[in-house]
Design a binder for this molecule. Structure first.
Ligand SMILES: [Zn+2]
Length: 464
């Protein structure tokens, strides 16, 4: 039998090679998998963050557009309203909740980066805790796999608002991936084809340049974002579900039991009219969605539809236009930390028109420490003496960081001023007003810089 098998096999091989040499039909080379091509890639930080866009996603799905979602983390640092599970176990539960929420809308292509949920307002802390490089590599891979026309994500910036560092980090990574995924020199192992059969290292993806990136802000203020992008009502009725878009978003949200069980239990007791009354009296559910256009490589107007100017097919890779470094005097002081990072980030990614508060702002919990991070730049050829002073609102206490210092020649030194903030009484009912802090830097009796920061005190806020 064995010999017969062999004879049959060699006969078959001879026949098939003879046939292929005379074949007329060209063989199709493998193409990218169409099942993963999307129109919109949503990039957010935590399970339930998709809620910032779900009414719009429901609308765009009605228009037969394809959507995929990337979460930066599994949201494992939160509290659990639905069970005892905590930390990584909670993250495993939340991954399923997020998938279920999106399945409700008809979105099945959902991925999670390996970022760790980091409770602070400092984007740099989040990026560090997310293994910035690895997360970016994975996100670039997913952009090349899904080939989005548009990326939609949190606005990278610091504001008075929820201002979660992880939200900002998702916007930073999405912007970086927008600028890198089309570059064949970035993560080239992803775009190389294997040269041997079953070579399990090279990925055979192609570079992909998304056409537009839109942001949604995490800020309380709206003034600086007005007119910077399109606005979408969430009250229109969906053609597919015959429900208003806010209502579809609401139904999708019902999956997030670990984050909102008490609210969802109340909801389960309500009839349709009561749900409508509750949602329309709380503008959180029914206010229009505002996006901010980050950049478009295909034209279109600032406030026009997200898909204005977009036509099918790939566009060439567009290296971002880097703005020149600002001119600085030989001796200067700047706000450092996330503030200087964002100034550099906007410059590096061609986002110099991206709205940002001026002066910079932050909301902090009362009776915590405000840290003002500073860079002192000395481009001169000798050590320089400087002095730092701060003007504070009444009741705010300077803890450290002012006085006289020296900075060595040709050095950029980091320092910080720390201020103890007064407590906010639990029974405080007045709406908090931001207060201004001013830092002045002098050298040899001459001013070398003045920095302002608006700080709002709250009963609760994420750590700085
Ligand atoms: Zn979040």
């Amino acid at each position: 039998m064995r010999r017969l098998d062999k004879a049959l096999l060699s006969g078959f091989l001879l026949l098939s090679s003879a046939l292929s040499s005379v074949a007329q039909e060209p063989q199709a080379l493998p193409a990218a998998d169409e099942r993963y091509k999307v129109d919109i890639l949503l990039v957010v930080a935590h399970p339930d963050d998709e809620g910032a866009a779900t009414p719009y996603l429901a609308r765009t799905l009605d228009e037969h557009r394809r959507v995929a979602v990337v979460f930066g983390t599994r949201g494992s640092s939160g509290a659990n309203e639905a069970g005892a599970e905590q930390a990584a176990a909670l993250g495993a539960v939340r991954e399923v909740e997020a998938r279920n929420a999106l399945t409700t809308l008809g979105i099945n292509n959902v991925w999670f980066l390996e970022g760790r949920d980091t409770a602070s307002q400092n984007v740099l802390l989040s990026l560090a805790n997310w293994d910035h490089g690895e997360s970016l590599e994975q996100l670039v891979r997913l952009v090349r796999l899904t080939r989005p026309e548009v990326i939609l994500t949190f606005l990278p910036g610091t504001f008075i608002g929820e201002d979660h560092g992880d939200h900002q980090a998702s916007g930073v990574l999405a912007t970086e991936a927008f600028d890198l995924a089309g570059d064949p020199a970035a993560f080239p192992e992803q775009v190389a084809a294997p040269m041997k059969r079953l070579e399990p290292y090279l990925e055979n993806l192609r570079p992909w340049q998304p056409k537009k990136i839109y942001y949604f802000p995490d800020a309380d203020r709206e003034d600086i974002f007005r007119g910077k992008g399109p606005e979408y009502s969430v009250k229109e009725i969906s053609k597919s579900s015959k429900l208003p878009y806010w209502r579809m978003a609401f139904d999708s949200f019902r999956s997030h039991q670990t984050q909102a069980k008490s609210f969802l239990d109340k909801l389960a007791q309500m009839d349709e009219a009561q749900i409508e009354k509750m949602a329309t009296s709380d503008s959180f559910w029914t206010e229009a969605l505002h996006f901010v256009l980050g950049k478009s490589l295909v034209g279109g107007s600032l406030t026009g539809d997200v898909f204005e100017g977009i036509t099918p097919g790939a566009i060439p890779f567009a290296r971002p236009e880097v703005s020149p470094e600002p001119a600085r005097p030989e001796l200067s002081v700047d706000l450092a930390g996330p503030y200087s990072f964002y100034a550099e980030f906007r410059r590096a990614h061609g986002l110099t028109n991206l709205p940002h508060p001026e002066p910079p702002e932050i909301a902090l919990q009362g009776h915590t420490t405000l840290v003002i991070p500073l860079w002192v730049r000395n481009r001169t050829a000798k050590t320089q003496a400087i002095s730092l002073a701060a003007s504070l609102p009444a009741g705010w206490t300077l803890q450290s960081g002012t006085g006289k210092f020296t900075v060595a020649a040709k050095q950029v030194a980091a320092t910080r001023i720390e201020v103890l903030l007064p407590a906010v009484p639990e029974n405080e009912t007045k709406k908090p007003e931001p207060r201004e802090v001013t830092v002045r830097a002098d050298s040899n009796g001459q001013s070398i810089g003045e920095i302002k920061l608006r700080v709002e005190l709250r009963k609760r806020a994420l750590p700085q």
